[in-house]
Structures are given as C-alpha cells and as structure tokens.
Design a protein around this ligand. Structure first.
Ligand code: ZN
Length: 233
C-alpha cells in the first residue's frame, strides 16, 4: 500500500468515525430526553388534581344542600302548621322561608355547575390517560431500540478507534500532520479525488506532471485550487 492509500484508508475510518460519533451523540441525547413524557404526565396530574378538588367541592355543596332542604322543610312546615299564631312570628317564619328558598336556588345552581364540571374533568382525565399511555408504549419501544443502537454504535466506535490508531501508527509523522491540518481546516475533508486531471471538489485542473505523481500514489500532491491531497480511485 502506498502513502496515499494509507491516507485514504484513514480517511474512510475518520468519515465513519465522524458520522457514527454524531449519531451516537444524538442517540444519547434522545435517550436522556424525557421532556415530552414529563409534559404529558404533568398535564395528567393537573387534571387529576382539578378533578379531586371539584369532587370535594361538589360533595360539600351536596351536603349543604341536603341540610338546607331539611331546614326549609321544617320552616315551611311550621309556617303552615297552624300552630304559630303570633303575626310577628309568622312574619319571621315567612321571611326565613323566603331567604332559605333563595339560598336553596343558588345552591342548586352551584351544585349543578359543579356536577357538569366534574363530568367534563372526568372526560378530560380519560383522554389524557389514553394519550399518556399511548405515548408511554411508543416511548418504551423507542427506548429499547435506541439503547440497542447506542450499544451497537459504541462497540463500532471502539473498533474504529482501534483501526484509527493502527493506521495512524503506520503513517509518517509529516503525512499525518498535513492530513490533520487539512482535516481541521477543510471541514473534515482532507482529500479530493482526481478524475481526468481535474479536482472533483473545486474542479481546478491538475497540471500533467502533478497528475502523473498522483496516479503513481507515492507522493503527496496537493490540489492547486482547494489545497486538498489528491488521489485517484
Ligand atoms: Zn481542489
């Protein structure tokens, strides 16, 4: 294998390393991200809390209503019993009966409103439960798949690291330094293919003497346009 071929092998490994490394980071981020689940779960809990508060209010309202109904019945009974004869007492009873009736009407309306609010919240809770469980099922499958992918990527990255170390060990220090410098400067791509004496990256022509050296592969020849190491496939 000539110098350029060694560099091409290193480049293939570096490409895969970059690509798989990026994907590995993405997979790790996805695995750690529970924001969507947190959002759905928080919403579900909020509806649950609202429902239990509304149920408690409804319960109190129903108790109060029952108490008032008994009181109203008693007052009405006394009023029409014929036992109370004093006009002032009768007047007071009449006033109390009217006041109780008005309070009863208000309370009945409030109780009805709380009943329909409770029903609405029960519906909301069912819906959010369905959404949350569906998400959790999909999420569980996704987590398994992502964990498998993460493990496969980690083991492949480990292999690539070893290959990389081997290739770098076989290459000369100057060639490596040039390759690393170009890789850093040229967006991760230190090399460019030459086809019919033309650079395939910047399309600048390669002079025929240089093109001959590129074909031979024993020398490192840089493109006069983009400065990358030229190779033939
Ligand atoms: Zn070029």
């Amino acid at each position: 294998m000539n110098r350029v071929q060694w560099l091409m092998n290193l480049r293939a490994v570096d490409y895969e390393w970059d690509d798989k490394g990026r994907r590995y980071q993405t997979v790790r981020t996805l695995l750690a991200d529970s924001s969507e689940h947190d959002k759905l779960s928080t919403h579900h809990e909020k509806v649950q809390q609202n429902l239990s508060t509304t149920r408690a209010k409804l319960h109190d309202s129903e108790l109060e209503l029952a108490t008032l109904q008994i009181k109203y019945k008693e007052v009405t009974k006394s009023l029409y019993s014929g036992h109370v004869l004093n006009p002032r007492d009768l007047d007071n009873l009449q006033k109390e009966s009217t006041s109780l009736k008005s309070r009863l009407e208000h309370l009945e309306n409030d109780t009805l409103a709380l009943m329909s609010e409770t029903e609405e919240l029960e519906e909301q809770l069912k819906e959010s439960e369905v959404v949350l469980r569906a998400f959790e099922n999909t999420w569980a499958v996704e987590q398994v798949n992502l964990t498998q992918e993460s493990n496969a990527l980690r083991s492949r990255l480990h292999e690539l690291q070893e290959q990389r170390d081997r290739l770098r060990g076989a290459l000369g220090r100057a060639d490596l330094a040039l390759y690393d410098e170009l890789r850093a400067k040229k967006g991760g791509n230190a090399m460019t293919q030459m086809v019919a004496n033309s650079c395939q990256t910047c399309h600048v022509s390669v002079p025929s003497r240089k093109a001959y050296l590129v074909e031979a592969g024993e020398d490192i020849v840089l493109c006069e346009g983009c400065g990358r190491i030229l190779y033939v496939a």
